[in-house]
Design a protein around this ligand. Structure first.
Ligand SMILES: Nc1ncnc2c1ncn2[C@@H]1O[C@H](COP(=O)(O)OP(=O)(O)O)[C@@H](O)[C@H]1O
Ligand SMILES: Nc1ccn([C@@H]2O[C@H](COP(=O)(O)OP(=O)(O)O)[C@@H](O)[C@H]2O)c(=O)n1
Length: 675
């Protein structure tokens, strides 16, 4: 996950390959609640790991459910319909799929068994309406109190005493604001069927019907068969008398069909050479958002699929503008709004009023951000109309706000796609707060970068060169961390070559022998550790002795040549920070930002001294100073790729600077370049 303030996505050109998607949020949280209410233990496979499931799990734990992880499987032992804890305060973040059903289930349990529970969330959750659900529960006689604004969380359900729950009358609930209210009642009301059946009657046209189908499907898996009216299957639902949640034993969570929409779109936009293959969800999905596939086909995508897989490539180009009632795919429809940037006319998406009460006001947010890309957007209470920029020359790069909304971040990342090879200006986007995708898809950007193809020249590189102990490594790794970029510590490659020379007992002066070893270097970096031929060499790599030997072997042109390709391969999405001696002069001569870092030799010797001492390695300042001078001399005067600033390098003497000041200096210089 990119836990950084912003993520710059360079212009993307095409896409291909295979992606396995994380589990569906809607299915995950429904399964968790059902398993938590059932008697016995349910083994949940492929559960989504995300913010929203984490809050649900924390709530279940607080309510006394047993949770045990066994590799990828989560074993949930439910409370069997009996409150184990009668009081709890539950924080539910921004997870509507936790807030609504837990409110209903706990309201019923508290009323029947004398409990008292407080449910709250982040400020945005306290702006998301829940009044229709509360009204429905109050009809049953459940005591519920608003703790903030009437109609919104936070709330308290139950008052610690038994309440009179009456199920004689049908419970009426509005269906035209959010289908989650009906889902919540369907999931919870089996708890109140011990004496008689309960009917839930829907007022108004039910929106997001596919989500109700997921709910009914999962209830059936947990032994509850809801009766429906054949004439009007969405008008009323009856839970039979004596309904009991029965664990199915094992249950698999499908991958998220809404998450699939980004990759279906990617295939439609960018699957020009080979398809984008999506695994974990397919045409057999129980999720309504799978019908996004039809909408994507209508826009021109070529989609094949089967049970648990989809393959998408570009069909019609440019995409065809469409006019679509999106009631059946409310979440995935956001992806169409971004695909509309690449269409041949105006795309109109209607019946999307529910967008306004999601993680953010998604109609307003989408309109604002698409305009930044150069699109013309008209928005209404329940529709959005997107007209793409007149031509690629009208395309704009932009900084995308994401509004703490995972779907805004994922959708708008697709705007970084540039269909015309070499077209200028190429469009790049900056996604603010990229970690908001953690809500449903923590590794979304990694998955995108795994499929996206770029012109290598578009992948930005920042080079940091300078003499030994100037602080290049420290500066480079912090700048890379802040930008979410890859890191190349080129010195480590020369050091590893030095170790290989040592191990092989080769002569460091024998250029051909050393070059042969460098060419076969089996070096791997994993979680801050370095492995040479499978052996952990993290410590020996950093020894001064190794650095000195590296300085000797690096003078051979053949050795430098042998390591050249290896270094170029580090230039990957979303960008690279490379540190060394010749990053800006030889390896990445066209890098848009080159820094040449220096500090006085005395300062550097002092830094290296304290660095070594702090690692428990004995060191002597005078001999270090002598070594450093010798190394500077050798690095500066060798025939090939001597240490010197590139002509266009920014010179930075950090003798009197803190590490942070150095980092800020580079980030500011980088931001200026980007403008
Ligand atoms: N202003 C500074 N910038 C970078 N590093 C510094 C600074 N001041 C002290 N140091 C310390 O200098 C030591 C050497 O830095 P390092 O990054 O290993 O250098 P290099 O990669 O250039 O050999 C580190 O222990 C680092 O913490
Ligand atoms: N791009 C690079 C990086 C390192 N090197 C050589 O490899 C040695 C070790 O590099 P390093 O960056 O790990 O060394 P320090 O600067 O940390 O001492 C240097 O002294 C250089 O001689 C190089 O020639 N070219």
């Amino acid at each position: 996950m990119y836990a950084i303030p912003f993520l710059d996505i360079p212009p993307l050109r095409s896409a291909a390959g295979r992606v396995r998607l994380p589990g569906s949020k809607s299915i995950s949280n429904r399964v968790l609640l059902l398993a938590g209410l059932a008697a016995g233990t349910t083994a949940v496979h492929d559960l989504l790991a995300s913010d929203d499931t984490r809050v649900m799990l924390a709530a279940l734990e607080a309510l006394g459910c047993g949770l045990r992880r066994d590799g990828p499987v989560l074993h949930v032992t439910g409370i069997g319909g009996q409150l184990a804890a009668k009081k709890a305060k539950l924080f539910l973040g921004n997870a509507g799929t936790a807030m609504r059903p837990l409110t209903a289930a706990l309201a019923v349990l508290a009323a029947l068994q004398g409990g008292e529970f407080e449910l709250s969330g982040v400020p945005r959750m306290h702006e998301r309406p829940i009044g229709d659900l509360v009204d429905a529960l109050r009809q049953l006689g459940c005591p519920i109190q608003y703790l903030g604004n009437a109609g919104y969380p936070p709330l308290r359900v139950g008052n610690g005493r038994l309440a009179n729950v009456s199920t004689r009358e049908a419970v009426r609930v509005r269906g035209d604001v959010s289908s989650q209210f009906l889902t919540a009642l369907l999931l919870a009301l089996p708890l109140a069927t011990s004496e008689r059946a309960i009917t839930i009657a829907v007022d108004g046209e039910l929106i997001s019907k596919p989500y109700i189908e997921i709910t009914l499907n999962l209830l059936a898996r947990f032994g509850i068969d809801v009766e429906r009216d054949a004439a009007d299957p969405y008008a009323s639902f009856t839970l039979p008398r004596g309904s009991q949640y029965r664990s199915p034993g094992d249950i698999h969570v499908e991958a998220d069909a809404s998450s699939a929409s980004y990759f279906v779109a990617l295939g439609a936009l960018a699957g020009t050479d080979a398809p984008v293959r999506i695994e974990g969800v397919g045409l057999d999905s129980i999720q309504g958002d799978i019908r996004f596939v039809d909408a994507a086909r209508a826009m021109g995508a070529q989609v094949d699929g089967g049970a648990g897989w989809l393959e998408v490539r570009r069909g019609t180009w440019p995409l065809k503008a469409i006019s679509l009632d999106c009631n059946h795919i409310p979440d995935a429809a956001m992806t169409l709004a971004v695909m509309a940037l690449y269409a041949d006319g105006t795309t109109r998406l209607t019946n999307i009023a529910s967008w306004r009460v999601k993680e953010t006001d998604r109609i307003a947010a989408m309109a604002a951000e698409l305009r930044k890309m150069g699109a013309t957007v008209v928005e209404g209470a329940d529709f959005i109309e997107v007209t793409p920029p007149a031509s690629p020359s009208h395309w704009l790069s932009g900084t995308i706000r994401t509004y703490d909304d995972h779907r805004m971040a994922m959708c708008l990342s697709l705007a970084a796609f540039n269909p015309l090879a070499g077209a200028k200006p190429a469009r790049a986007v900056r996604i603010l707060d990229p970690q908001c995708v953690a809500k449903t898809f923590p590794d979304y950007f990694e998955a995108l970068f795994g499929l996206a193809r770029v012109d290598v020249a578009d992948v930005p590189v920042i080079t940091i060169d300078g003499p030994t102990a100037s602080g290049k490594g420290t500066l480079a790794s912090e700048v890379a961390r802040r930008l979410g970029y890859e890191l190349l510590d080129s010195g480590a490659l020369y050091r590893a070559t030095a170790l290989a020379v040592q191990q092989a007992g080769a002569d460091p002066a024998d250029a051909a022998a050393v070059a042969a070893l460098a060419a076969q270097l089996d070096l791997r970096f994993e979680a801050d550790r370095a492995f040479l031929a499978g052996q952990d060499v993290t410590e020996s790599l950093r020894l001064e002795e190794t650095g000195n030997l590296a300085s000797k072997v690096s003078v051979h042109p053949a050795v430098r040549q042998a390591l050249h390709g290896l270094q170029l391969a580090f230039r990957r999405l979303p960008g690279l920070v490379a540190d060394g001696r010749d990053m800006g002069t030889v390896v990445f001569p066209a890098a848009p930002l080159k820094v040449f870092l220096t500090a006085s030799v005395e300062q550097r010797a002092a830094r290296r001294h304290s660095q070594l001492i702090s690692r428990g390695i004995p060191a002597n300042i005078d001999s270090l100073l002598a070594d450093l001078r010798m190394r500077d001399e050798r690095d500066q005067n060798r025939a090939v790729a001597p240490l010197k600033p590139a002509e266009d390098a920014v010179l930075l003497d950090n003798s009197g600077m803190s590490i942070d000041e150095g980092v800020e200096f580079v980030l500011e210089a980088w931001d200026k370049r980007r403008m």
